[in-house]
Ligand binder design. Structure first.
Ligand SMILES: [Zn+2]
Length: 353
């Protein structure tokens, strides 16, 4: 039983061990990476490496599901990214809001698979991801085989926390705590996965606690921030100038980013408006912004003042609420652009004009 944080690499470690056991010419420390068995293992199609993971009913699978029903999706999901997360897997399975589990049928499948002679090699390996999602019925069916597996049968459990694992299962395993990923290998992997982002990666590696999934989240978040910043700056410029063609283009693009991302963007925009108001009021030091945001705001803040801040914030609050309730994004953003134009043109209280 390998335990560690979700992105500590313990799944990748289980895969590597399974491949090593199947490799026909291992070099003592690692698999060769080139023999047919290694190729099959690397593509997750080796006949003696079995995968178990939480699954849920879908429109396609209406009876009690088991991993075999989703093996194509699982292979696809792992390709290039052997760091599964429950959230990512739900998304790949297309079951956003359902509880996935490991059920009785899974246990039956495992017993059936272990009854066959192994196809090519001595070892049969079961890589069992998230045993904490296994229900009691399934667990009871597997107790005996986990306690006394046949020769050359290896259960590799991979878990993010042992608290929720049934004690009857846990007590039959040998617990190995997998440490966080060291800086060197993590830097190398991230540089491969995110070329051209070396500066960002250097910072992320310091803060991600040796967890690949945390690092990935930080990088993607930062990408979103850059996108949101550029969208916001462009929006304010073209709305202020009432550049109708540009506004139409911008609305066309931004209305396509998806409801969740649009909500984040509007939240970001609201925060920028608030920060500009703080700057306008001489409170720049409590407005947290990056260099590019500050550069834009050093001029823009003159247009966000006591005369329009309340109406502007109301516009954004209302828009976020309406997007949540499935309003038409194109109509909403077009209307907002006109309102923003009107509000930005309002004179500041006390200003000559
Ligand atoms: Zn090999």
């Amino acid at each position: 039983m390998l335990t560690g944080s979700p992105g500590c690499g313990h799944y990748a470690l289980a895969l590597a061990l399974a491949q090593y056991l199947q490799c026909t010419s291992p070099n003592g420390e690692d698999s060769c990476g080139v023999c047919p068995a290694c190729h099959q293992a690397a593509r997750y199609v080796h006949p003696d490496i079995h995968f178990v993971f939480p699954v849920a009913k879908t429109a396609k699978i209406k009876d009690e599901p088991s991993s075999d029903d989703f093996i194509a999706e699982w292979r696809q999901y792992l390709t290039g990214n052997p760091f599964p997360s429950l959230e990512g897997w739900y998304h790949a399975m297309g079951v956003e809001n359902k509880q996935a589990g490991i059920f009785k049928k899974e246990a039956q499948d495992i017993l059936r698979k272990l009854n066959f002679k192994s196809y090519q090699s001595d070892y049969k390996v079961i890589i069992f991801w998230m045993p904490e999602k296994m229900n009691t019925t399934a667990a009871n069916k597997l107790l005996k085989i986990i306690e006394e597996p046949a020769d050359h049968t290896l259960f590799l459990f991979v878990t993010c926390g042992t608290d929720d694992i049934l004690p009857t299962i846990l007590s039959r395993t040998q617990l190995i705590k997998v440490p966080k990923i060291e800086t060197g290998p993590l830097l190398k992997k991230l540089a491969e996965d995110y070329p051209g982002k070396e500066d960002l990666i250097l910072g992320v590696v310091q803060r991600c606690q040796g967890d690949y999934l945390v690092a990935q989240e930080m990088i993607e978040q930062s990408d979103q921030n850059v996108l949101n910043r550029d969208r916001f700056i462009r929006w304010m410029r073209i709305s202020f100038g009432l550049q109708i063609m540009e506004i139409t283009d911008w609305v066309g693009e931004v209305s396509e980013i998806g409801r969740e991302r649009l909500k984040w963007f509007l939240q970001y925009a609201l925060n920028m408006i608030r920060n500009n108001f703080l700057m306008n009021q001489g409170l720049a030091e409590i407005a947290i912004m990056d260099n590019e945001e500050s550069a834009f705001s050093s001029k823009f803040n003159a247009f966000i003042h006591a005369g329009n801040i309340e109406d502007l914030m109301k516009e954004f609050d209302l828009a976020i609420a309406q997007i949540t309730m499935n309003a038409n994004a194109k109509i909403l953003l077009t209307d907002m652009s006109l309102q923003i134009h009107r509000l930005l043109r309002m004179p500041a209280p006390g200003a000559k004009g």
